[in-house]
Design a binder for this molecule. Structure first.
Ligand code: TMP
Ligand code: MG
Length: 297
């Protein structure tokens, strides 16, 4: 009981010190965090989105690159491919983030975007080795506090799944180049497959993920499944409303969801607060997650 009280006091103090944290049902959040903390590091795992969650939204006054952008903006691709992808993004991204359309209305457009974007990658005939070059040329911008999250999860052996509608190969290489991919981690996303003889990308393997179908990470029967299978609590982090579905692929007793609301704050805050337990606004840091992880024994 004494430990419970100490944890609750601590939580209250830290949550109140963060200016950009919004919580609709404080009591429920307290209950969830308390259960996660008391049941400890062996009973929890993390599922997090990549683009604009693990990475920042803004960098030096401009939007930071997504995993797709790392390919699009590379000097190794043709001008034609670059222009095509920029045009697709200019057409479809405003639909993805529109506060005035429902998810059902957005859905067919997003599917079209991904079909076109993947086809463009195939048409470009990208070589395996180019991925390494692309990630060196333009690096993604990691959100403040995420490196500590990764390192604490590594040290406490908490499984960390990166589940993204971006490009698996780029995300994995970006993490490797920054020394941030550890044994306890796994990256599930759209995966380019390269011809064994030519080294050229000739297909995508596995499921196609876009921002509205992230409800099944498809890890049944894998080594990684063994790591999270018996853990009853999960922390989910994402920046799109669709990211709330990310933990649906496994059963849990407690799911603590954290949503990063990076833009359209005034129009979207209510929606985000009704979707995620905790909302972090203004492109904020992972500090709150670090505070929770720190409490885990
Ligand atoms: P995420 O699931 O890791 O957030 O990745 C999805 C994001 O990728 C989504 O918000 C839009 C972005 N995206 C691009 O930047 N360029 C593209 O060509 C495509 C298809 C998606
Ligand atoms: Mg995202």
């Amino acid at each position: 009981l004494k430990r419970t009280k100490t944890i609750l006091n601590y939580l209250l103090t830290i949550i109140l010190t963060f200016r950009n944290v919004e919580i609709k049902d404080f009591e429920n959040v307290e209950k969830k965090i308390l259960k996660i903390v008391l049941e400890g590091k062996n009973n929890v795992h993390i599922v997090s989105d990549f683009d604009m969650t693990i990475t920042k939204y803004w960098h030096n006054g401009r939007k930071s690159p997504s995993s797709h952008d790392i390919i699009t903006k590379s000097s190794t691709v043709s001008d034609e491919y670059h222009k095509k992808c920029e045009a697709l993004k200019a057409k479809y991204y405003p639909i993805e983030i529109s506060p005035d359309l429902t998810d059902d209305e957005k859905y067919p457009y997003i599917v079209d975007w991904y079909k076109n974007a993947n086809q463009a990658i195939l048409d470009e005939k990208i070589h395996k080795d180019d991925i390494t070059t692309m990630c060196r040329e333009n690096s993604v911008v990691f959100r403040p506090g995420i490196k500590d999250v990764f390192q604490t999860c590594r040290d406490k052996e908490i499984p960390f799944l990166v589940f993204s509608a971006g490009v698996q190969n780029v995300i994995q290489e970006s993490l490797v180049q920054s020394d941030l991919l550890y044994e306890n981690m796994k990256v599930v996303s759209n995966t380019m497959s390269f011809n064994e003889e030519t080294g050229i990308c000739d297909k995508f393997v596995g499921q196609l993920y876009h921002v509205f179908n992230k409800n099944n990470f498809g890890l049944e029967g894998t080594e990684y499944e063994k790591k999270y299978k018996n853990r009853k609590n999960v922390i989910v982090c994402g920046d799109s409303l669709g990211d709330i579905k990310m933990a649906d692929g496994a059963e849990h007793e407690t799911c603590l969801s954290i949503g990063f609301l990076n833009l359209n704050k005034f129009k979207m805050l209510n929606k985000y607060m009704n979707t995620f337990d905790i909302v972090i606004t203004d492109d904020g840091s992972f500090d709150l997650v670090n505070e929770i992880l720190r409490l885990l024994n």
